[in-house]
Each structure stands twice: as structure tokens, then as C-alpha cells.
Design a protein around this ligand. Structure first.
Ligand SMILES: *Cc1c(COP(=O)(O)O)cnc(C)c1O
Length: 369
């Protein structure tokens, strides 16, 4: 089967306004304390795809339940992929997003791996603009808040046979997000999963698909039970190299202005935050190494003082300092260690760019509204 691109390009969107959109006062109450992933805006985007017609029927419709036949392929074989990015309100009221073409390209790569149809970058970015055009009022303005945007694609053909779905739908929903760290950026301890892997060679580790997350929930639970916020996965092949956390990439700051992060092996999700941090570090004149990193190197590096800081990164939390790695074999690092200086300054720089507080010298921002 060949995966047809959009049949009409670029797509034209049709708007069906919601009849029960929240009043401004109600929206403001939600935006004053949005939490994360709890509240959703009044509309969503839907674009349909069939093997015969390609992408078509692009629309902005009232937010609400999706009807699926119980035999819909996604419910049985997890043919699903997603993205995550944010809309930021700048001081002048304008609304921007960060490197959306990177998300579009990653969605295309995920689609290829999951045998789903690719959505053109222009249509992806337009889908974000279309949603913000009606729901821009949902982008909060308090410091470090944003509107989290979740594009996703599901196989919705009613068919129990095992083959790529011949009917697919792409959606975009959005959810206001409060500041991730309310009492200041707090370092976390993470749990080393020795029993479970997130991805294997030739598997779906590099695709942003729901199935990877389903597989991470049990080890994530183990992390919680051990007082840790996140789980760290090793590579599935040798169990020696550090891959990443359940939903974030990891970095090590070395003495002497060096940044080290696991290389993209095909089992690691290529984070856009990761890529941006590498660029900002290079701009600062740091040496950046993308290579294999072992738990032994982490242990020895902390003991010798070679590794001075460790942090995780991803769109939702931006950068989270890691104070310690816990496992049945003991703890590496100091659980009570404060956030490192480089960690905090690179976090500041990245968020300053995203919120328009400093110059966007790499042209990373796209205006949405
Ligand atoms: C989304 C995701 C990341 C972070 O990617 P960003 O583009 O930086 O948000 C890292 N790891 C996994 C497994 C992810 O799903």
C-alpha cells in the first residue's frame, strides 16, 4: 500500500462554531488555575483521510466526544501517533509557537513508522493557526503559563484485520497549562528501570506513539512507589546505555563547559527541546557530545566531580533538574541537591525566547495569532 499525501493542498478549513462556548468570565476562572491537561478549549480540529480521497474535510468543530465503531483499528492495534507543543502569549498579547515545523516533520516520521498517512507541514501548521483563530482567548498570560496543543492521529477504520487502516483522522485539541513548577524549579529524583525497556532495536522508540507510553506506565508506577517523579530507561539491547525518561530526554553537564546527551539510536525520541538546547549550548561555546552514556559513567562522574549537573528536557516541563538516580543498587547523586547553574540559565534562555523576552535569533517562533 502506498500512503497518499493530501489530495488537495493546501487544505481549506471550514469552521462550525460551538454553540456552548464558555463565557469569558468562566474561561478566566479556569485560566487562573488551569493545572495540566484537565480543561480543554471550546473547539478542535478534525481532518479525515481515506486511502481513496487522501486528506480532506478539514474542519474546526466544537470540542466534544469522538464516535468510534468498537472495531476501530486504533482500539485494537494502537495505530496512533501524537505531538505536543505550546502556544505562548507574549507581553504585547500576540500568540506564538515554537518550531512547529519540527513537530510536523516528527509527526511525518512517526506516521511512516506506524504506517499512517503523512500530513504536510503546511497543513499541520495551518491546523494550529485555525484552532488559535477561534480559541486564542484560551492562551493564558500569567508567567510560565501556556496553551498546550495536542495534535494526534488515529486509525478509525472499522475492521479487525491486521493491516494499515484505510481510514484515519487527525485531530488537534488544546488545554491551558499552568506554570509547571509553582514554587520555583525543583530538582527531582528519578528511578532506574532495570527490568523494563521502553524501546528495542527496530521498534517504535523514535516514534511519538501512544503505545510507547502504554509500555512505560508500569515502570513509571514503580518509580512513584520508590519516591521518584520519573523513570529512566536503558537501551533494550545491552541494558547498559541510557536512553531517556518516559517522556523526556536527558543531558549531563560536565566540568569544563561540556554537555553530553545520549546519541539518537533509533530507540530514543528526538526531542525538539533537546535539539534546541544543543544549539543554545553550541552558541555559548560549549562542546556538545552525542554519544553512548552508561550508568557507570554517571556514578563515576558524580563521584569524581566530572559531572556537575544532570537535567531532563521536554516541551511540557521545558527543563527539569535531576538531583539523583535511584535504583535497587543505591543512589547516585544527592537527592537534596539544588538545581545547577547551567541548568537554570539554559532554561531561562529557552523560555525567554519562547515568551518573546529576548531576540529569537534562530527564527524559532511562528506567530499563531
Ligand atoms: C515528546 C517526547 C520527548 C520530548 O520531546 P520535545 O519535542 O522536546 O517535547 C522526549 N521523549 C519522549 C518519549 C517523548 O514522547
Amino acid at each position: 500500500m502506498t500512503l497518499a499525501p493530501s489530495s488537495t493542498f493546501p487544505l481549506q478549513f471550514e469552521l462550525t462554531p460551538s454553540q456552548d462556548a464558555r463565557e469569558e468570565a468562566e474561561r478566566e476562572v479556569i485560566l487562573s488555575d488551569p493545572g495540566f491537561g484537565k480543561h480543554f478549549t471550546d473547539h478542535m480540529v478534525q481532518i479525515d483521510w481515506t486511502i481513496d480521497a487522501g486528506w480532506h474535510a478539514a474542519s474546526v468543530i466544537p470540542y466534544g466526544p469522538i464516535q468510534l465503531d468498537p472495531s476501530a483499528a486504533v482500539l485494537h492495534y494502537a495505530q496512533e501517533i501524537f505531538e505536543g507543543l505550546k502556544a505562548y502569549r507574549h507581553a504585547d498579547g500576540s500568540i506564538w509557537t515554537f518550531r512547529p515545523e519540527k513537530n510536523a516533520e516528527r509527526l511525518q516520521r512517526s506516521a511512516r513508522r506506524l504506517a499512517l498517512p503523512e500530513l504536510a507541514t503546511e497543513d499541520f501548521v495551518e491546523s494550529l493557526k485555525q484552532l488559535i483563530a477561534v480559541d486564542g482567548g484560551w492562551v493564558p498570560s500569567a508567567p510560565e503559563t501556556s496553551l498546550y496543543i495536542r495534535p494526534f492521529m488515529i486509525a478509525n477504520e472499522s475492521f479487525l484485520g491486521v493491516r494499515p487502516s484505510q481510514r484515519v483522522a487527525y485531530y488537534v485539541i488544546a488545554s491551558p497549562a499552568g506554570a509547571y513548577f509553582t514554587g520555583g524549579v525543583a530538582p527531582v529524583s528519578i528511578w532506574l528501570s532495570t527490568e523494563y525497556s521502553r524501546a528495542g532495536r527496530g521498534g517504535t522508540g523514535a516514534a511519538k506513539c501512544g503505545g510507547n507510553y502504554a509500555a512505560s506506565l508500569l515502570p513509571q508506577q514503580e518509580a512513584y512507589e520508590n519516591g521518584c517523579a520519573q523513570v529512566l530507561f536503558l537501551d533494550g539491547e545491552t541494558g547498559e546505555h541510557i536512553d531517556e525518561l518516559g517522556g523526556m530526554n536527558v543531558f549531563f553537564v560536565h566540568r569544563g563547559d561540556k554537555l553530553v546527551t545520549p546519541r539518537l539510536t533509533g530507540a530514543i525520541l528526538e526531542g525538539i527541546t533537546r535539539d534546541s538546547i544543543i544549539q543554545l549550548a553550541l552558541d555559548r561555546g560549549l562542546t556538545v557530545e552525542e554519544r553512548d552514556v552508561t550508568v557507570d559513567e554517571w556514578r563515576e562522574g558524580i563521584a569524581s566531580g566530572e559531572i556537575t549537573e544532570v537535567f531532563a528536557c521536554g516541551t511540557a516541563a521545558v527543563i527539569t533538574p535531576i538531583s539523583a538516580l535511584k535504583s535497587p543498587d543505591g543512589t547516585i547523586g544527592d537527592e537534596n541537591a539544588p538545581a545547577g547553574e547551567f541548568t537554570m540559565s539554559i532554561r531561562q534562555e529557552l523560555t525567554d525566547i519562547q515568551y518573546g523576552r529576548i531576540e529569537d535569533r534562530h527564527g524559532w517562533l511562528t506567530r499563531l495569532g
